[in-house]
Design a protein around this ligand. Structure first.
Ligand SMILES: Nc1ncnc2c1ncn2[C@@H]1O[C@H](COP(=O)(O)OP(=O)(O)O)[C@@H](O)[C@H]1O
Ligand SMILES: [Mg+2]
Length: 380
């Protein structure tokens, strides 16, 4: 059976392991430390840095395909693997669009995919001219390296604009500016696509962000009409095909009050918006990611229940989660609790809870209660 090399030892690599076990394929993980989330559960751990060309090359030897749990591997390192005959999925020419928001905006605009108004930013005056066109407040973003809202600034005035631009330029951070989308909600459209070109689309979900961090996911997005849902899936399938994405693709979308969609950003790996599929779909995003990168036929993304709600467990200051964990299980045997084996730090994603059902409000109440309890935010 094939060996899939996963670069990055976080919770996404960890959650590939149950799927790999069931499929009978072997995972090998490139992790920075033995105590990382995935290194705890995947026996074949290679220690090394994802941006060290020699470490990545040594890791890839003996892998049938190399994939990722994050998008931070420099593309020249991946190109070298391809040159040595190691399949890399998604490939560097696709992955660059998940690494660099400027490259992504250029490409999606050229494809005619709806995006917010945007521009490159090389100085404060240029950004101020853009703001004069699109209106204040507006958004500045680091083109590369951001996550969980780090690297995204809502710019209210000229002073803040100067601070952010000068700070970024001093650190060598490339910026783009975007018009502030007055979205009513955020959606995510996930597809899996294989090198053969087979693709499957998951139900479009709603994601709820607080302080730039995903807190809850509602699958399917409540009240999203069949036409809008098909439109979002079509956008994701088009991007997957045109960018030649292999593996899972998540397209983060904004939806405004009139229903219109625009693309926020792309992730080419399993994504937080698809964790519900572990318990809630015939084929989880982790299984379909492995099938896709191995060029196996894809599994059905069909949901098991009318509603799935996922709530992230973020670290707060509950040092020992175990008593809370026990309490939640006792209180609600219908919960599916997933913990990532990560040390508790404020704001860090340490697990998630999924509830399946038919009543949306009930599922939201149960999932968010458990997540808040595990966090130590509430004690009853
Ligand atoms: N142009 C925009 N208009 C309004 N809100 C935005 C815009 N861009 C980003 N945001 C908000 O910031 C969050 C994080 O931005 P995103 O580009 O997805 O960065 P990250 O890489 O940190 O996930 C989004 O989920 C959204 O809530
Ligand atoms: Mg995002």
């Amino acid at each position: 059976m094939p060996v899939v090399g996963v670069i990055g030892g976080g919770q996404l690599a960890r959650m590939m392991q149950p799927a790999a076990i069931a499929l009978g394929v072997r995972l090998r993980v490139l992790a920075a430390r033995t105590d990382e989330s995935a290194a705890q559960v995947i026996p074949d751990v290679v220690l090394g840095a994802h941006d060290d060309p020699a470490a990545v090359a040594a890791f890839a030897r003996g892998c049938d395909v190399v994939t990722f749990d994050h998008e931070h591997v420099p593309t020249p390192i991946l190109q070298r693997l391809l040159d040595q005959g190691v399949p890399v999925r998604p490939g560097p020419n696709a992955l660059i669009h998940a690494q660099d928001k400027a490259v992504m905006r250029e490409r999606l605009s050229a494809l005619g995919v709806p995006c917010p108004r945007w521009t490159h930013v090389t100085g404060a005056a240029e950004a101020a001219a853009f703001a004069a066109e699109v209106g204040w407040p507006f958004i500045l973003k680091a083109a590369r390296g951001g996550y969980d809202g780090k690297g995204v600034w809502r710019i209210e005035d000229a002073d803040q604009l100067r601070d952010v631009v000068e700070g970024a330029l001093a650190r060598g951070v490339e910026l783009i500016a975007e018009g502030l989308v007055p979205f009513a909600r955020e959606l995510s459209a996930q597809v899996a696509r294989s090198p053969h070109g087979q693709a499957v689309a998951y139900p479009v979900v709603e994601t709820v962000q607080r302080d730039g961090v995903c807190r809850e996911v509602y699958a399917p997005a409540p009240g999203l009409g069949a036409d809008r849902s098909a439109e979002a899936q079509r956008i994701a399938l088009t991007i997957a095909r045109e960018l030649d994405v292999t593996g899972m693709l998540a397209v983060e979308l904004f939806q405004t009050a009139d229903g219109a969609l625009s693309v926020n950003e792309l992730a080419m790996r399993p994504h937080n918006s698809g964790h519900w599929s572990i318990d809630g779909a015939v084929t989880s995003q982790f299984e379909n990611h492995l099938r896709a990168v191995l060029d196996l036929p894809l599994g059905a993304p069909t949901p098991h229940a009318p509603v799935a709600v996922m709530a992230n467990v973020l670290g707060l200051d509950l040092p020992d989660v175990y008593p809370a964990y026990l309490h939640c299980m006792a209180r609600d045997p219908g919960l599916k609790i997933h913990m990532y084996g990560k040390a508790v730090k404020p704001g860090r994603k340490i697990g998630h809870v999924t509830v399946l059902g038919s009543d949306f409000e009930d599922c939201v109440e149960r999932a968010t209660h458990a997540a808040a309890y595990l966090r130590g935010e509430i004690d009853e």
